[in-house]
Ligand binder design. Structure first.
Ligand code: PLP
Length: 402
């Protein structure tokens, strides 16, 4: 919850910037660590959700591993304190350079997404004279009922190996002498809100897929169910720590674990989304024929989710909280400054009467926000500001006195 102290602090900082509530991050990570030990389920944080060093250092210091999807993420994770034996490397398109680097770093496992990739990693391991551990990502053919761009577990998308290739996969694994096969990996999508139903369905499919491999002489030592736990973008303060409990319990009950078999989860969004806020200012209020626009100094280059997926983020006028006597409900189209029609934060939003200079909070921005930002229009990257540093703020630049 952003309070008056936050607002007073934000007043002193140049916008736009990402504000991270480190107390909320600590509470969230604490919850995940506790459930991880209680259920004996290993957790790897999906680095792509937010790769800020201070955030990664905090997560790694809590015994959580890292799920990476590029060579640079692997190196960055190692740099931020994740031990190599807790780093996994997924992704459909790993380059030769990335594979070689990760073999040399002796990471915990490659999560392989195609037969050809397994073949190539085996060949590269042989050439480097070093064994590599792999898990294989299976496409379970389950629809996570989320946005089509973030559904990854159906047969129509590029991720994982589907059942028509299982026999060839089992053969290939037997022939790859330089690989240690660890187990199977599944990740069906992101922002899953119907956790119990979707994950019960996934667990059922996973159990039968694991049995198929065991029946065909392939030992499955680990089962990794990926990430995907959703967060409440409509009401970020309602349940700031997502319902990890239901997720862990559903998975624990749903997977038939053999003795010695390990179980893994890879949350990204659910760990970091709610601790991040993109803080912006109203540059201009534009009164149109039928609409009023609030033009902010933050745009799609800072947070692309609305433009990319039509994603909803709650928008709050923080300055208006300090002047409660003004009208509390106006309809605005809230937009960014970037030269693209899709640079819209929200159309037809009900907000308090707003004026130039007002501080605006775009909530639940900690995941897939800063990590997806770009420099399109040659815009500056919004920096990170941490709640732990609220005392020592840089003063805001004053360009002219009004
Ligand atoms: C992106 C990703 C995750 C994290 O997904 P969230 O929805 O952010 O929890 C986990 N595993 C893999 C393989 C991913 O690609």
């Amino acid at each position: 919850m952003l309070d008056v102290k936050n607002i007073e602090f934000f007043e002193k900082v140049d916008t736009p910037f990402y504000f991270y509530d480190m107390d909320l991050l600590r509470t969230t990570v604490g919850k995940v660590s506790a459930l991880s030990s209680r259920y004996g389920i290993d957790v790897h944080y999906a680095v792509k959700a937010n790769e800020e060093k201070r955030i990664l250092e905090y997560i790694s210091s809590n015994g959580i591993g890292a799920d990476c999807v590029s060579g640079n993420e692997v190196m960055h994770a190692l740099d931020c304190g994740f031990p190599a034996d807790k780093v996994v490397f997924a992704g459909v398109g790993k380059s030769d350079g990335e594979i070689a680097e990760a073999i040399r770093a002796d990471i915990s496992a490659f999560n392989c997404e195609s037969l050809q990739e397994i073949y190539i990693i085996n060949a590269m391991a042989a050439r480097l004279g070093r064994r590599a551990r792999i898990a294989v990502r299976i496409n379970p053919g389950v629809d996570a009922h989320t946005h089509r761009y973030i559904t990854t577990g159906t047969y129509e998308n590029k991720f994982g190996i589907s059942d028509h290739e299982f026999t060839a996969l089992a053969d290939l694994l037997r022939r790859c002498r330089w690989l240690d096969f660890q187990g199977l990996h599944f990740h069906v999508g992101s922002q899953i809100t119907d956790v119990r139903n979707v994950f019960s369905l996934v667990c059922g499919r996973v159990n039968s897929i694991v049995s198929w491999f065991e029946d065909h002489g392939v030992q499955v030592g680990s089962i990794n169910l990926g990430g995907g736990l959703g967060v409440d973008y409509e009401d970020p303060d309602g349940q700031p720590v997502p319902d990890f409990e239901t997720w862990f319990r559903t998975v624990d009950e749903g997977i038939r674990r053999r003795p010695g078999q390990t179980l893994h989860l890879e949350p990204g969004r659910s760990i970091v989304a709610q601790c991040g806020t993109l803080v912006s200012r109203v540059l201009f209020v534009k009164v149109g024929e039928t609409k009023n626009f609030l033009i902010l100094d933050a745009g799609m280059t800072d947070l692309i989710r609305p433009a990319l997926y039509g994603a909803y983020h709650k928008i709050e006028n923080l300055s208006a909280r300090l002047r409660p006597n003004l009208p509390q409900s106006q309809v605005y189209d809230v937009v960014g400054p970037v030269c693209e029609s899709s640079d819209v934060w929200g159309a037809g939003r009900f907000l308090p009467f707003s004026v130039r200079g007002d501080l605006m909070a775009i909530r639940s921005a900690g995941a897939y926000g800063q990590s997806m930002s770009s420099r399109y229009n040659m815009r500056n990257l919004a920096p990170a500001v941490y709640s732990d540093d609220m005392h020592g703020a840089r003063l805001r630049t004053e360009y002219f006195q009004e």
